[in-house]
Design a protein around this ligand. Structure first.
Ligand code: MG
Length: 251
């Protein structure tokens, strides 16, 4: 049968474009750690947009914002993201846990004080809501969210569009590989849509996750060479195919 039992979806860059929020929240938290003011406070700097596809977890964006506010060259991150991240985090002098905690506290404050304003800094990609509603209603497929974001933030974003996944697995549930393993034990087949190629590569390299259908979301936050570097069994999923019935997805 050419459809999944469970469709597992990344959130940021697959369902939701939250670039404005990533920048504003990251800069706010970075300034709490002493980052100097930036002229472009309101607008997302193009450098941040171009570095964002390398980001794995939210706290890294705080380091990137802190570095850009200190005049870091974009090219340093684009040429060696892990190295640049490590060096700038050392300069900032905060642990990943402390940075993630500060980012989530800020997001919680925003949700509490200006829920509509915070939600409005995100948007669903076109066609996503309709596609996901069809999953459950017409195709009987369970769709779940697997994200490195905090679960409550992810749920709040989906709620505003009336979207109710079978489950939301956030940062609290551990690495995506562990979540996917639990999903496989629940029902099969599992298909996984993600916009971060290294995450798909980790999934494909894990023998416990054999058989998961891996799809790279073409509309997400991709690095310029991701399409060329994509290797089977992972497949390129363009937006039109995502919106089409599962039988039309690439195999
Ligand atoms: Mg993503």
């Amino acid at each position: 049968m050419n459809r999944p039992a469970i469709l597992a979806l990344d959130l940021d860059g697959v369902l939701v474009d939250g670039m404005e929020e990533y920048w504003r929240s990251s800069l706010h938290v970075a300034q709490g750690f002493g980052a100097p003011p930036m002229a472009s406070n309101g607008e997302v700097p193009p450098a941040f947009r171009r570095i964002r596809p390398w980001v794995h977890t939210g706290w890294e964006m705080v380091v990137v914002a802190w570095a850009l506010a200190h005049g870091a060259a974009e090219a340093v991150f684009l040429q060696d993201y892990p190295g640049a991240l490590r060096r700038w985090q050392a300069r900032l002098g905060q642990s990943s846990a402390a940075l993630q905690g500060a980012l989530e506290r800020h997001r919680s404050d925003c949700l509490l004080q200006d829920r509509q304003g915070w939600l409005a800094r995100h948007r669903l990609y076109p066609g996503v809501a309709e596609r996901l509603r069809r999953c459950g209603a017409e195709e009987g497929v369970d769709w779940v969210v697997v994200t490195t974001k905090g679960k409550d933030f992810a749920a709040a974003l989906l709620e505003q569009d009336g979207l109710r996944p079978t489950a939301v697995h956030g940062r609290e549930d551990g690495p995506k590989t562990r979540v996917l393993q639990r999903l496989l034990e629940w029902r099969q087949p599992v298909w996984f849509v993600e916009d971060r190629l290294p995450t798909l590569e980790t999934v494909m390299a894990d023998p416990r996750l054999g058989g998961i259908g891996c799809y790279l979301a073409a509309w997400g936050y991709l690095r310029h060479a991701d399409r060329q570097q994509l290797r089977p069994p992972a497949r390129w999923l363009d937006h039109a195919a995502f919106c089409a019935p599962f039988s039309a997805w690439p195999t």
